[in-house]
Design a protein around this ligand. Sequence first.
Ligand code: GNR
Ligand code: NI
Length: 173
Amino acid sequence: MAIREIITAPDGRLRKVLSKPVERVDDALRSLMDDMLETMYDAPGIGLAAVQIGEPLRVIVMDLAGADEEPAPIYFVNPEILEPSDEVTLHEEGCLSVPEFYDEVERPTTCRIKYLDYEGNEQVLEAEGLMATCVQHEVDHLEGVLFIDHLSRLKRDRVLKKLKKEQRLAAAE
Ligand code: GNR
Ligand code: NI
């Protein structure tokens, strides 16, 4: 297992690339999912899409267990959001690819997720609360969408400008 570098906005690799469906859940893919989980725990975060470590494949890992609970990793291969509720909820979000910025995003309150698990078996999960928020945030990544895209243009431009400046300063060191 290895900790990989997380790409941050406004890097074009998070945006222009549409993540491709996985054709086969094999050991190479499981090895990528292991790296993603290790990278996510190290960050730390509660979810990670493969494109965030530069692998444009439709793969997500997630662990919503609290700090004092046993780890509970979930692996989603080729996830599809089904039956998003008409009801929406505001939830504060953050993103490892948009460091140190948090804001509320409105999304469907509940949904189902159809996906292949770590073994390649088809699963359907009912999601609500943080799980529903997080899985929709992650599936957005697979389409090149960041949570800041759900905010006003003013807020989005402001955070992107700040990140660009920070990266320029870091590169000049
Ligand atoms: O760690 C994360 N926390 C989080 C909080 C609220 C809604 C979504 C998330 S996902 C984020 C990790 C991340 O950037 N995943 O893509
Ligand atoms: Ni994110």
